[in-house]
Design a protein around this ligand. Structure first.
Ligand SMILES: Nc1ncnc2c1ncn2[C@@H]1O[C@H](COP(=O)(O)OP(=O)(O)O)[C@@H](O)[C@H]1O
Ligand SMILES: [Mg+2]
Length: 461
């Protein structure tokens, strides 16, 4: 296809109708034209096929039983003639089995006659949304291909494509890498990609959270200890550094590392060896270091909270991960990815996402980035009763949080209600949108919480 415009305007969306009953064709052409589509009707299969080839419509709605052609056969020819076009079949009761068969052969869906317009409209909009996604996909084929090597990292925005490029270049170099980005932007995912694309890929990848230990425990975890090093050290324990030997050590939340430990880590990076707690013998190690932080380390250096020399050692290459709200182009792909993932996980059959879901999500600012999106989709899929994820499946809170954040600058100090809502939404986010946990932390009943969330949602609409 030569047309490179990724999204068509509604009015430029072209629909074909094919049925050998003139009356049905007329009725549908009329109704769908009113909806704003460009619609063309056909009563002959052969004529339709020719026009499909010439005009490449976005979608065809066709009867499965035609006088001059076998419906399924014709449909397949049409798919060959216009691979991007979606097909919706109309069928009488007698041909339902055939219609089901046809959906396995490439039809998007089928509708039983007599056609209910409302149902048809929904199917059309879902089919177009799928077509849109397919088109986007083909446009970013390049991105997807490069993605294969990076496991599950999804992205086709300019910023993600340039990150893929950097990963390709830097992964085999064996140098330290510093990953900087808000929480949930995919730092750990990228650290793993750097590892699996390096010569160390068959050796361990060990993750260490620098913020979760006191000084003492920190050294113990990282360096291990000798038997008898302290009371309770009944046997020699290997530290994570030794466990990572030959592989990659991921130092997560490096900005949270206590100053005393920064010195110790610096020593390891300089000397490439360390001593177990209680030992005087140095153990040599061959480890690649990848560090991650959601803080601005440069600022911490100025504030003397982070050692500049350590920063230089870690920051041989820096990869900055943009927050999700700055690369919303990736949203449809990410949503699709997580829908599939959750669908498999929960053994559900949700396969499509209606367009307004994406539109709604595009309004949201995702303070928790991709992780938050993943949570939202996971819950929506769990609740979704059908095959298509709809707006109604999204948690009410996302609509709610959006209305709070999008608020233009407050002119005066906020009122009690606003403060309350603001606080509720913060706690709600912190608990990963768990209503029971939120209610518990706030000391209110679930019903009260639910009512507050509803109030806020209805205020929005
Ligand atoms: N680009 C992406 N494609 C697919 N999944 C992603 C992407 N970025 C993040 N994720 C997912 O979001 C979650 C958080 O990612 P993670 O790497 O732990 O973020 P961070 O370390 O920056 O907090 C993980 O489940 C991860 O798989
Ligand atoms: Mg993380």
């Amino acid at each position: 296809m030569t047309n490179s415009a990724p999204r068509k305007k509604h009015t430029r969306t072209r629909l074909f109708i094919l049925d050998d009953e003139v009356i049905t064709v007329q009725r549908l052409v009329q109704a769908l034209s009113k909806d704003g589509y460009t619609v063309e009707g056909f009563v002959s299969g052969q004529a339709a096929l020719q026009q499909v080839q010439e005009n490449q419509p976005d979608l065809i709605i066709m009867d499965i039983r035609l006088n001059d052609a076998d419906g399924i056969d014709l449909m397949q020819r049409m798919k060959v003639a216009a691979p991007e076009m979606e097909v919706v079949l109309m069928t009488g009761y007698a041909a339902i089995g055939q219609a089901v068969e046809a959906t396995k052969k490439g039809a998007f869906d089928y509708l039983e006659k007599p056609i209910q317009l409302q149902k048809l409209r929904t199917i059309i909009s879902d089919a177009l949304s799928l077509a849109d996604q397919k088109l986007q996909k083909s446009l970013i084929d390049q991105g997807i291909r490069s993605m294969d090597r990076f496991g599950e990292i999804i992205g086709a925005s300019a910023s993600m494509l340039s990150i893929f490029k950097v990963i390709t270049q830097v992964a085999p170099l064996d140098c330290s890498v510093l990953l900087q980005g808000e929480s949930g932007t995919g730092k750990e995912l990228i650290a793993r990609a750097l590892h699996t694309n390096s010569s160390r890929k068959n050796k361990p990848f060990v993750s260490f959270n620098c913020g979760s230990f006191t000084d003492e425990l920190f050294a113990n975890e990282l360096f291990g200890h000798e038997k008898g090093a302290f009371t309770g050290a009944v046997s020699t324990k290997l530290g994570l550094l030794e466990a990572a030997n030959g592989g990659t050590m991921f130092l997560d939340e490096i900005g949270e590392m206590p100053p005393a430990m920064q010195v110790k880590l610096l020593r390891v990076l300089q000397e490439r060896n360390f001593m177990r707690v209680g030992s005087t013998t140095a153990v040599a190690i061959d480890v690649r270091f990848i560090a991650a932080t959601n803080r601005i380390l440069e600022r911490m250096i100025t504030a003397q909270e982070f050692r500049q020399d350590l920063y230089y050692r870690l920051n041989v290459v820096k990869i900055e991960l943009p927050p999700l709200r700055q690369r919303l182009e990736d949203l449809p792909l990410l949503v699709e990815h997580f829908v599939n993932k959750s669908s498999v996980r929960f053994n559900k059959t949700v396969r499509r996402v209606s367009k307004d879901v994406i539109k709604e999500l595009e309004q949201y600012s995702f303070p928790g980035n991709v992780r938050e999106l993943e949570n939202i989709i996971e819950r929506a899929v769990a609740l979704c009763p059908g095959k298509t994820l709809r707006l109604a499946d999204l948690p009410p809170d996302i609509l709610c949080l959006k209305s709070i954040r999008v608020d233009p600058q407050p002119t005066a100090l906020p009122g009690i209600k606003e403060l309350e809502m603001d606080h509720i939404s913060k706690v709600y986010q912190e608990t990963g949108f768990n209503q029971t946990e939120t209610a518990r932390r706030l000391g209110i009943s679930r019903t009260t919480l639910w009512r507050r969330l509803r109030e806020c949602t209805s205020k929005k609409s």
